[in-house]
Design a protein around this ligand. Structure first.
Ligand code: FCB
Length: 460
């Protein structure tokens, strides 16, 4: 990229400066960018299977090629360095490292992450590894997937293998990305892989994901990992009709189902009642919550939008929210992104302040925040003013949260590159760098150049 291009100034007046040492970076995930789906011994994950089955992903898009990052990683790291990123969060593809999910380790697959980490370090960029960003080896799904308890133990084994290879150079280890999405879009609404529609299986999956987190965190700690994190998709739930009980139900399902076991060692009572109605609690064994409740150093916060609800007696449960009978999920009251997601920076401040108040023992890192808009490349530029305004607003909210006492340590934008946006395929562009999928050309958008200046100034 050319770093001399004129920088678009963000919306609003020159703004706040962040604390010294605040970590600026960007995030991606393996299946969304790597491609090379059948190379060097990688076996299919549930996302390969799911995306190849007709009707699951827009226009039949798959991650077979994606951003071809597997082959272009060195160029991509140079791009990150040009933008001044201090941190890069990527995920490791389990089926590259252990093609059948257990047992045999594929040295060629691990070799890719080994080279990537070295390349990052050579450019002064700190690697943040996520071990699970939804690409479960298909063989494990065939044995029951996350609905089966054994998958949690297999995940801890895999975590130890990856740490064994990268642990000398990687400090920060995130076990899971967004277990709510993996469990409830994967096993309940069926819009994500593996596409199952079974509420009881989804609650089991949620528990086994948490158990896998705990087992992996324990294994990583024993192996000497410096910092351990769990990344959750968190959303303030706002009840629009003056009531409270419907918001509480959804908050339990979406937020506290994961926060409380991981950070307090117990499930919320209101959630347990719902789980008990959907297949019972037999899968929660004695001692599980102690395993899940491992000390962690960072809570990874993925924030996109608040959730708006109201009471609607007689309303059936929304597909990914079993137990939400009588709750209406209200349409966004204001502006939305190309995903139709509400644009609400204030929700980020509310969320961060709440987390630091309710779970003061853990540091916070925004591991994802960003937006899809309908970007178009005009020659060598992409003028994404809407994304600049989005990021500017959210960074101001993050700063306000710090001023209000939130222990926020850094910000990783989603995403570095346009990429495979799951069920939406390549139609939704979240990158600060535009991808021309025909040529694989990378074009830094105006938001990337703006972000570079934010990083330089350590502020807005
Ligand atoms: C999050 C996912 C990430 C990306 C963004 C838009 O839920 O973690 O992979 O798809 O949403």
């Amino acid at each position: 990229m050319t770093t001399e291009t004129t920088t678009t100034r963000g919306a609003g007046s020159p703004g706040p400066v962040f604390p010294d040492g605040f970590v600026w970076g960007a995030a991606t995930a393996a299946y969304q960018i790597e491609g090379a789906a059948a190379e060097d011994g990688r076996a299919p994950s549930i996302w390969d299977t799911f995306s190849k089955a007709p009707g699951n992903v827009a226009d039949g898009h798959t991650g077979d090629v994606a951003c071809d990052h597997y082959h272009r990683y060195a160029d991509d790291v140079r791009l990150m360095a040009d933008l001044g990123l201090a941190a890069y969060r990527f995920s490791v593809a389990w089926p590259r490292v252990m093609p059948t999910g257990a047992g045999t380790v594929n040295a060629a697959g691990l070799g890719f992450y080994d080279r990537l980490v070295d390349e990052l370090l050579a450019h002064g960029i700190t690697p943040y590894v996520t071990l699970y960003h939804w690409d479960l080896p298909q063989t494990l799904e065939d044995a029951g997937g996350w609905a089966a308890r054994d998958t949690a133990a297999r995940f801890a084994d895999y975590a130890a293998v990856v740490h064994g290879r990268l642990g000398d150079r990687v400090r920060t280890w995130t076990t899971l990305n967004e277990p709510w999405v993996a469990a409830f879009l994967g096993y309940c609404s069926g819009v994500h892989a593996p596409g199952r529609r079974d509420p009881a299986a989804a609650f089991r999956a949620a528990h086994h994901l948490l158990l896998g987190h705990g087992l992996a965190a324990r294994a990583l700690r024993a192996a000497g990992a410096a910092e351990i994190a769990l990344t959750l998709n968190l959303s303030p739930v706002i009840q629009t009709d003056g009531g409270e009980s419907e918001a509480r139900v959804v908050d339990g399902l979406l937020n506290r189902q994961f926060l409380d076991p991981a950070l307090r060692g117990r499930y919320p009572e209101d959630l347990l009642e719902i789980v008990a109605r959907h297949g019972g609690l037999g899968h929660v064994q004695d001692g599980d919550l102690d395993v899940i409740h491992q000390p962690i150093d960072l809570l990874g916060v993925n924030y996109y939008n608040p959730t708006f609800v109201s009471a609607a007696p007689g309303e059936p449960a929304a597909p990914p929210f079993p137990g939400s009978e009588g709750v209406r999920f209200d349409p966004p009251p204001g502006p939305v992104t190309a995903m139709g997601w509400p644009i609400d920076p204030a929700g980020l401040e509310t969320l961060l302040v709440r987390l630091s108040r309710d779970y003061p023992e853990v540091g916070l890192l925004i591991t994802e925040n960003g937006a899809a808009f309908d970007d178009h490349a005009t020659g060598d530029a992409v003028h994404d003013d809407d994304r600049v305004a989005f990021l500017d607003g959210h960074l101001r909210a993050a700063h306000a949260a710090i001023a209000a006492g939130a222990d926020l340590r850094g910000y990783l934008v989603w995403s570095l590159l346009d990429n495979f946006e799951w069920a939406y395929g390549y139609h939704k562009r979240f990158g600060i760098v535009y991808i021309d999928y025909e040529t694989q050309r990378r074009v830094p958008k105006d938001s990337a150049l703006w972000y570079r200046d934010v990083i330089r100034r350590n502020g807005l």
